[in-house]
Design a protein around this ligand. Sequence first.
Ligand code: NAP
Length: 348
Amino acid sequence: MSKVSTAVLGASGMVGQRFCEMLSDHPYFDTPVLFGSERSGGKSIAEVLTIPEPRISDELLGAKIRPLDMGEIADGNFGAVFSALPSGVASGVEMPLMEKGCRIFTNASSNRMRREVPLVVPEVNHEHLGMVEGREGFIVANGNCSSIGLAMGLKPLEPLGLERVEVTTMQALSGAGYPGVPSLDASSNVIPYIDGEEEKLGIEIPKMFGTLEGGGITPSPVEVSATCTRVPVRDGHMESVLVSLGKEVDADEVRRMFSSFTSLPQRLELPSAPARPVILAADIRRPQPILDVNAGEPARARGMAATVGRVRVSGRNVRFIILTHNTIRGAAGGSVLNAEILHSRGVL
Ligand SMILES: NC(=O)c1ccc[n+]([C@@H]2O[C@H](COP(=O)([O-])OP(=O)(O)OC[C@H]3O[C@@H](n4cnc5c(N)ncnc54)[C@H](OP(=O)(O)O)[C@@H]3O)[C@@H](O)[C@H]2O)c1
């Protein structure tokens, strides 16, 4: 079977380079055509690399980035367009491209809460992808990187009833893109506020856990209260979570729910699906970004697993820590896994 043709918008950025990793030698998707701004236009990926230990094919490392051209993308007949554009740019690009028939998988926040755009974490709400089936052009959005990590931790507990969530995030520097937070602000420091982030968690989680009906999503009544901080970690968002459930539960049951959790991507054995989407750390000192950020097997799913630790239970309240790779599971990898699901359904 021939591979699906693809493009990456914002290919030179932190998320764009992860798209290059996830799409290197992909069994379903062809080597992407790369677009950036005028700044990176004409350069190769090798010339703009900023991620550590890149696992990018030689073909993609040498590929030249083109300045973003709406006409070229719309006329390119790409089977899938992966977007890592800043939201301010994406807002003027993605909807017009969708209206011209492009199938867009985006990480930008600008279109996430639109009624016709599903906000999908593959293991959490893959059924929301049903909204785009039968449509010529569409947008499938990823959530904010911290929303994705939190959703991965809440999903195994959903059968117990999710009532209220309090979360404090410790977000990595790469979450701010490149070059990101000024070094004098970041070094040996914690910044106790990230503009707009807490509100996103509060609205995105109810949409992800909502019900698909009448062509749109009815949000879940779960309440989410967030405090978002930036910490001097390169990659990996850690989150300290307190969730109030609909009924009492014991700690062993909660641990079993985390460690046995799988979903559709695992049943379909999709190329970027980690065998275990949630890994329960046995060591009380884990997870740690430096040790666990790249969790996930097989090799193509490196960075796609969330690691959970510090599980504590009291009555209906469960506390835990969760760590996810913000630019892989929280961005490029999530988009590629969504596209793999739609490919398996014959939509792409
Ligand atoms: N970083 C994360 O952890 C993360 C996680 C989830 C979602 N996101 C979202 O993903 C998107 C990308 O984030 P990032 O961290 O990769 O940001 P980034 O490192 O700043 O990269 C931005 C990319 O967009 C390109 N770009 C900027 N202005 C452009 C323009 N006017 N026309 C065309 N291309 C333009 C840049 O190209 P040049 O290099 O040529 O300037 C670069 O390739 C953002 O919407 C962000 O909110 C990020």
